[in-house]
Design a protein around this ligand. Structure first.
Ligand SMILES: Cc1cc2nc3c(=O)[nH]c(=O)nc-3n(C[C@H](O)[C@H](O)[C@H](O)COP(=O)(O)O)c2cc1C
Length: 307
Protein backbone atom coordinates (compact mmCIF):
# COMPACT_ATOMS: atom_id res chain seq x y z
CA UNK A 1 0.00 0.00 0.00
CA UNK A 2 1.37 3.43 -0.90
CA UNK A 3 2.25 5.28 2.24
CA UNK A 4 -0.11 8.20 1.78
CA UNK A 5 -3.06 6.08 0.69
CA UNK A 6 -4.99 5.99 3.94
CA UNK A 7 -8.19 4.19 3.06
CA UNK A 8 -7.93 0.58 1.89
CA UNK A 9 -10.71 -0.53 -0.50
CA UNK A 10 -11.79 3.03 -0.78
CA UNK A 11 -15.24 3.70 -2.20
CA UNK A 12 -15.21 7.27 -3.45
CA UNK A 13 -17.47 9.85 -5.04
CA UNK A 14 -15.95 10.77 -8.43
CA UNK A 15 -15.43 14.38 -9.49
CA UNK A 16 -18.61 15.57 -11.24
CA UNK A 17 -18.76 19.10 -12.62
CA UNK A 18 -22.03 20.75 -11.65
CA UNK A 19 -22.84 17.95 -9.19
CA UNK A 20 -20.19 17.44 -6.49
CA UNK A 21 -20.93 20.72 -4.76
CA UNK A 22 -20.43 21.08 -1.01
CA UNK A 23 -23.90 19.87 0.11
CA UNK A 24 -23.82 16.89 -2.25
CA UNK A 25 -20.33 15.87 -1.05
CA UNK A 26 -21.43 16.22 2.55
CA UNK A 27 -24.50 14.05 1.83
CA UNK A 28 -22.38 11.27 0.34
CA UNK A 29 -19.77 11.58 3.12
CA UNK A 30 -22.54 10.93 5.65
CA UNK A 31 -24.02 8.10 3.59
CA UNK A 32 -21.11 5.81 2.84
CA UNK A 33 -18.44 7.57 0.73
CA UNK A 34 -14.94 7.16 2.20
CA UNK A 35 -13.60 9.96 0.03
CA UNK A 36 -15.05 12.59 -2.29
CA UNK A 37 -13.90 14.99 -5.00
CA UNK A 38 -14.63 18.61 -5.72
CA UNK A 39 -15.86 19.53 -9.17
CA UNK A 40 -12.95 20.20 -11.51
CA UNK A 41 -11.57 23.63 -10.65
CA UNK A 42 -9.85 25.98 -13.10
CA UNK A 43 -6.34 26.99 -12.05
CA UNK A 44 -6.56 29.91 -14.47
CA UNK A 45 -9.72 31.03 -12.63
CA UNK A 46 -7.93 30.85 -9.27
CA UNK A 47 -4.98 32.81 -10.61
CA UNK A 48 -7.37 35.48 -11.97
CA UNK A 49 -9.05 35.70 -8.52
CA UNK A 50 -12.39 34.62 -9.96
CA UNK A 51 -14.79 34.57 -6.99
CA UNK A 52 -17.00 31.78 -8.39
CA UNK A 53 -13.91 29.58 -8.73
CA UNK A 54 -12.85 30.33 -5.14
CA UNK A 55 -16.38 29.51 -3.93
CA UNK A 56 -15.80 25.96 -5.19
CA UNK A 57 -13.07 25.53 -2.55
CA UNK A 58 -15.47 25.84 0.39
CA UNK A 59 -15.66 22.69 2.48
CA UNK A 60 -17.57 21.55 5.57
CA UNK A 61 -16.31 19.95 8.79
CA UNK A 62 -18.69 17.06 8.16
CA UNK A 63 -17.04 15.94 4.91
CA UNK A 64 -14.97 12.79 4.31
CA UNK A 65 -11.38 13.26 3.04
CA UNK A 66 -11.59 15.36 -0.08
CA UNK A 67 -9.54 15.53 -3.28
CA UNK A 68 -9.46 18.99 -4.85
CA UNK A 69 -9.44 18.35 -8.58
CA UNK A 70 -7.66 20.98 -10.67
CA UNK A 71 -7.37 21.56 -14.38
CA UNK A 72 -4.64 23.49 -16.18
CA UNK A 73 -2.74 23.35 -19.48
CA UNK A 74 0.75 23.06 -17.96
CA UNK A 75 2.74 22.84 -14.73
CA UNK A 76 3.22 26.58 -14.37
CA UNK A 77 -0.50 27.43 -14.24
CA UNK A 78 -1.22 24.25 -12.28
CA UNK A 79 1.20 25.11 -9.48
CA UNK A 80 0.13 28.78 -9.42
CA UNK A 81 -3.48 27.61 -8.96
CA UNK A 82 -2.52 24.97 -6.40
CA UNK A 83 -0.72 27.59 -4.31
CA UNK A 84 -3.94 29.61 -4.25
CA UNK A 85 -5.76 26.49 -3.07
CA UNK A 86 -3.25 26.11 -0.20
CA UNK A 87 -3.77 29.74 0.83
CA UNK A 88 -7.56 29.36 0.81
CA UNK A 89 -7.87 26.02 2.62
CA UNK A 90 -5.48 23.56 4.23
CA UNK A 91 -7.86 20.69 4.68
CA UNK A 92 -7.68 18.83 1.39
CA UNK A 93 -6.56 15.20 1.46
CA UNK A 94 -4.89 15.36 -1.97
CA UNK A 95 -4.55 17.35 -5.17
CA UNK A 96 -6.23 15.86 -8.21
CA UNK A 97 -5.25 16.64 -11.80
CA UNK A 98 -7.89 16.30 -14.50
CA UNK A 99 -6.41 14.64 -17.61
CA UNK A 100 -9.74 13.07 -18.51
CA UNK A 101 -12.30 15.70 -19.50
CA UNK A 102 -13.03 15.29 -23.23
CA UNK A 103 -15.25 18.37 -23.66
CA UNK A 104 -14.02 20.76 -26.39
CA UNK A 105 -14.26 23.87 -24.16
CA UNK A 106 -11.62 22.20 -21.93
CA UNK A 107 -9.44 20.39 -24.50
CA UNK A 108 -9.22 23.41 -26.84
CA UNK A 109 -7.34 25.15 -24.02
CA UNK A 110 -4.93 22.16 -23.79
CA UNK A 111 -6.47 20.98 -20.50
CA UNK A 112 -8.23 17.74 -19.50
CA UNK A 113 -7.89 14.87 -21.99
CA UNK A 114 -5.71 17.06 -24.27
CA UNK A 115 -2.88 16.22 -21.84
CA UNK A 116 -3.03 12.56 -22.90
CA UNK A 117 -1.30 13.74 -26.10
CA UNK A 118 1.44 15.58 -24.15
CA UNK A 119 3.05 12.99 -21.84
CA UNK A 120 6.05 15.18 -21.00
CA UNK A 121 3.85 18.07 -19.85
CA UNK A 122 1.63 15.62 -17.93
CA UNK A 123 4.67 14.20 -16.09
CA UNK A 124 6.02 17.67 -15.32
CA UNK A 125 2.64 18.62 -13.85
CA UNK A 126 2.81 15.70 -11.42
CA UNK A 127 6.48 16.33 -10.56
CA UNK A 128 5.96 20.03 -9.83
CA UNK A 129 2.71 19.55 -7.90
CA UNK A 130 4.35 16.92 -5.68
CA UNK A 131 6.66 19.67 -4.41
CA UNK A 132 3.70 21.16 -2.51
CA UNK A 133 3.72 18.13 -0.17
CA UNK A 134 0.23 16.73 -0.70
CA UNK A 135 -0.49 13.41 -2.45
CA UNK A 136 -1.18 13.84 -6.16
CA UNK A 137 -4.07 11.93 -7.76
CA UNK A 138 -4.45 11.95 -11.53
CA UNK A 139 -7.58 11.03 -13.48
CA UNK A 140 -7.14 9.89 -17.08
CA UNK A 141 -9.12 8.27 -19.88
CA UNK A 142 -8.07 5.03 -21.54
CA UNK A 143 -6.31 5.15 -24.93
CA UNK A 144 -7.53 3.19 -27.99
CA UNK A 145 -4.62 0.83 -27.46
CA UNK A 146 -3.97 -0.90 -24.11
CA UNK A 147 -0.18 -0.52 -24.36
CA UNK A 148 -0.54 3.22 -24.83
CA UNK A 149 -2.68 3.39 -21.70
CA UNK A 150 -0.11 1.40 -19.70
CA UNK A 151 2.75 3.55 -21.05
CA UNK A 152 0.95 6.74 -20.00
CA UNK A 153 0.29 5.32 -16.52
CA UNK A 154 3.96 4.37 -16.18
CA UNK A 155 4.97 7.88 -17.18
CA UNK A 156 2.77 9.36 -14.42
CA UNK A 157 3.90 6.77 -11.88
CA UNK A 158 7.56 7.55 -12.58
CA UNK A 159 6.80 11.23 -12.05
CA UNK A 160 5.48 10.37 -8.57
CA UNK A 161 1.67 10.17 -8.92
CA UNK A 162 0.17 8.64 -5.76
CA UNK A 163 -2.99 7.40 -7.42
CA UNK A 164 -4.13 7.13 -11.03
CA UNK A 165 -7.81 6.80 -11.83
CA UNK A 166 -8.53 5.30 -15.22
CA UNK A 167 -11.96 5.91 -16.78
CA UNK A 168 -12.36 3.01 -19.20
CA UNK A 169 -13.66 5.08 -22.10
CA UNK A 170 -11.57 6.95 -24.68
CA UNK A 171 -11.99 10.74 -24.96
CA UNK A 172 -13.71 10.18 -28.32
CA UNK A 173 -16.38 8.09 -26.59
CA UNK A 174 -17.15 10.90 -24.15
CA UNK A 175 -19.82 9.29 -21.94
CA UNK A 176 -21.26 6.89 -24.52
CA UNK A 177 -20.97 3.12 -24.85
CA UNK A 178 -19.80 0.64 -22.26
CA UNK A 179 -16.71 1.33 -20.15
CA UNK A 180 -13.86 -1.11 -20.78
CA UNK A 181 -13.36 -2.92 -17.46
CA UNK A 182 -10.57 -5.07 -18.90
CA UNK A 183 -8.14 -2.16 -19.11
CA UNK A 184 -8.69 -1.58 -15.37
CA UNK A 185 -7.81 -5.21 -14.67
CA UNK A 186 -4.68 -4.90 -16.78
CA UNK A 187 -3.67 -1.59 -15.19
CA UNK A 188 -4.24 -2.84 -11.62
CA UNK A 189 -2.19 -5.98 -12.34
CA UNK A 190 0.67 -3.97 -13.80
CA UNK A 191 0.62 -1.19 -11.20
CA UNK A 192 -0.36 -2.64 -7.81
CA UNK A 193 -1.65 -0.19 -5.17
CA UNK A 194 -1.86 2.66 -7.65
CA UNK A 195 -5.02 2.33 -9.74
CA UNK A 196 -8.52 3.68 -9.11
CA UNK A 197 -11.44 2.63 -11.28
CA UNK A 198 -14.11 4.69 -12.98
CA UNK A 199 -16.75 3.74 -15.53
CA UNK A 200 -20.15 2.09 -15.32
CA UNK A 201 -20.20 1.67 -11.53
CA UNK A 202 -23.94 1.17 -11.08
CA UNK A 203 -24.33 -1.80 -8.74
CA UNK A 204 -22.68 -3.47 -5.75
CA UNK A 205 -21.48 -6.16 -8.20
CA UNK A 206 -19.72 -3.53 -10.34
CA UNK A 207 -17.94 -2.21 -7.23
CA UNK A 208 -16.85 -5.70 -6.14
CA UNK A 209 -15.64 -6.49 -9.64
CA UNK A 210 -13.26 -3.51 -9.72
CA UNK A 211 -11.96 -4.27 -6.22
CA UNK A 212 -11.40 -7.90 -7.25
CA UNK A 213 -9.02 -6.64 -9.97
CA UNK A 214 -6.87 -4.98 -7.29
CA UNK A 215 -8.08 -1.41 -7.82
CA UNK A 216 -7.40 0.52 -4.56
CA UNK A 217 -10.32 2.87 -5.05
CA UNK A 218 -13.61 2.65 -6.95
CA UNK A 219 -15.32 5.87 -7.95
CA UNK A 220 -19.09 6.23 -8.19
CA UNK A 221 -20.28 8.81 -10.71
CA UNK A 222 -23.60 8.53 -12.59
CA UNK A 223 -24.35 5.44 -10.49
CA UNK A 224 -24.44 7.63 -7.37
CA UNK A 225 -26.76 10.16 -9.02
CA UNK A 226 -29.10 7.37 -10.18
CA UNK A 227 -29.02 5.76 -6.73
CA UNK A 228 -27.82 8.06 -3.91
CA UNK A 229 -27.98 5.09 -1.52
CA UNK A 230 -25.58 2.87 -3.51
CA UNK A 231 -22.67 3.59 -1.13
CA UNK A 232 -24.80 2.38 1.78
CA UNK A 233 -26.05 -0.66 -0.12
CA UNK A 234 -22.40 -1.65 -0.68
CA UNK A 235 -21.91 -1.41 3.08
CA UNK A 236 -24.96 -3.63 3.70
CA UNK A 237 -27.30 -0.82 4.79
CA UNK A 238 -30.70 -1.03 3.13
CA UNK A 239 -33.15 1.75 3.94
CA UNK A 240 -36.85 1.55 3.23
CA UNK A 241 -38.56 4.20 1.11
CA UNK A 242 -39.90 6.21 4.08
CA UNK A 243 -36.42 6.49 5.57
CA UNK A 244 -34.94 7.49 2.21
CA UNK A 245 -37.55 10.21 1.83
CA UNK A 246 -36.84 11.44 5.38
CA UNK A 247 -33.08 11.56 4.69
CA UNK A 248 -33.70 13.42 1.46
CA UNK A 249 -35.89 16.03 3.11
CA UNK A 250 -33.23 16.62 5.78
CA UNK A 251 -30.74 16.98 2.94
CA UNK A 252 -32.93 19.64 1.31
CA UNK A 253 -32.82 21.84 4.45
CA UNK A 254 -29.08 21.30 4.94
CA UNK A 255 -28.32 22.01 1.25
CA UNK A 256 -30.28 25.27 1.47
CA UNK A 257 -28.32 26.27 4.58
CA UNK A 258 -24.98 25.52 2.85
CA UNK A 259 -25.61 26.66 -0.71
CA UNK A 260 -28.91 28.52 -0.96
CA UNK A 261 -32.34 27.58 -2.32
CA UNK A 262 -31.39 27.44 -6.03
CA UNK A 263 -28.49 24.96 -5.71
CA UNK A 264 -30.44 22.93 -3.15
CA UNK A 265 -33.37 22.62 -5.56
CA UNK A 266 -31.11 21.42 -8.40
CA UNK A 267 -29.58 18.73 -6.16
CA UNK A 268 -33.00 17.73 -4.81
CA UNK A 269 -34.46 17.29 -8.30
CA UNK A 270 -31.64 14.87 -9.16
CA UNK A 271 -32.00 12.85 -5.99
CA UNK A 272 -35.82 12.96 -5.73
CA UNK A 273 -36.24 11.31 -9.14
CA UNK A 274 -33.83 8.56 -8.10
CA UNK A 275 -35.53 7.91 -4.77
CA UNK A 276 -39.10 8.16 -6.06
CA UNK A 277 -38.50 5.57 -8.74
CA UNK A 278 -38.72 2.96 -5.96
CA UNK A 279 -42.14 4.18 -4.80
CA UNK A 280 -45.45 2.74 -5.95
CA UNK A 281 -47.23 4.84 -8.61
CA UNK A 282 -44.23 7.14 -8.78
CA UNK A 283 -44.08 8.32 -12.40
CA UNK A 284 -46.38 11.27 -11.85
CA UNK A 285 -44.66 12.24 -8.61
CA UNK A 286 -41.30 12.16 -10.40
CA UNK A 287 -42.59 14.46 -13.13
CA UNK A 288 -44.01 16.85 -10.57
CA UNK A 289 -40.73 16.81 -8.62
CA UNK A 290 -38.82 17.63 -11.81
CA UNK A 291 -41.04 20.64 -12.49
CA UNK A 292 -40.90 22.01 -8.92
CA UNK A 293 -39.92 25.64 -8.63
CA UNK A 294 -39.18 25.70 -4.90
CA UNK A 295 -37.86 23.45 -2.15
CA UNK A 296 -41.19 23.65 -0.29
CA UNK A 297 -42.96 22.33 -3.38
CA UNK A 298 -40.60 19.39 -3.87
CA UNK A 299 -40.73 18.51 -0.16
CA UNK A 300 -44.55 18.51 -0.33
CA UNK A 301 -44.41 16.11 -3.29
CA UNK A 302 -42.01 13.81 -1.45
CA UNK A 303 -44.30 13.81 1.61
CA UNK A 304 -47.51 13.18 -0.30
CA UNK A 305 -48.97 9.65 -0.43
CA UNK A 306 -48.59 7.65 -3.68
CA UNK A 307 -50.74 9.10 -6.45
C1 LIG B 1 -22.12 15.37 -15.18
C2 LIG B 1 -20.71 14.84 -15.15
C3 LIG B 1 -19.68 15.65 -14.74
C4 LIG B 1 -18.36 15.16 -14.69
N1 LIG B 1 -17.36 15.97 -14.26
C5 LIG B 1 -16.09 15.48 -14.13
C6 LIG B 1 -15.04 16.28 -13.59
O1 LIG B 1 -15.26 17.45 -13.20
N2 LIG B 1 -13.80 15.74 -13.50
C7 LIG B 1 -13.54 14.44 -13.91
O2 LIG B 1 -12.40 13.98 -13.80
N3 LIG B 1 -14.52 13.67 -14.42
C8 LIG B 1 -15.77 14.15 -14.51
N4 LIG B 1 -16.78 13.33 -14.98
C9 LIG B 1 -16.50 11.91 -15.26
C10 LIG B 1 -16.84 11.02 -14.06
O3 LIG B 1 -16.03 11.32 -12.95
C11 LIG B 1 -16.69 9.53 -14.39
O4 LIG B 1 -15.34 9.25 -14.69
C12 LIG B 1 -17.56 9.12 -15.59
O5 LIG B 1 -18.88 9.59 -15.45
C13 LIG B 1 -17.56 7.59 -15.77
O6 LIG B 1 -18.21 6.94 -14.73
P1 LIG B 1 -19.75 6.39 -14.87
O7 LIG B 1 -19.82 5.63 -16.19
O8 LIG B 1 -19.87 5.46 -13.67
O9 LIG B 1 -20.63 7.56 -14.83
C14 LIG B 1 -18.08 13.81 -15.08
C15 LIG B 1 -19.14 13.01 -15.50
C16 LIG B 1 -20.44 13.48 -15.54
C17 LIG B 1 -21.55 12.57 -15.99
Amino acid sequence: MKKNFLIPNCLALAPLAGVTTLPVREFFSEHGAALTHTEMISCAGLVRDNQKTFDMLKISEREAPLVVQLFAPDEKILVAGALRVCEACEKFFAFGINMACPMPKITKNFCGAALLKRPDVAANMVRELKKLNLPVWVKIRKFENDNDTLKFIENLANAGADNICVHGRTPAQRYEGLADKNILKLAAENFPDLISASGDVKTVEDINEYFSYGCVCVMLARGAIANPFLFEEYRGINRDLDKRVEILINFAYRAKELAGEHKALIAMKRFAGAVLKFSHGSAEKRNLACMSTSLDEIIKILNSPAI
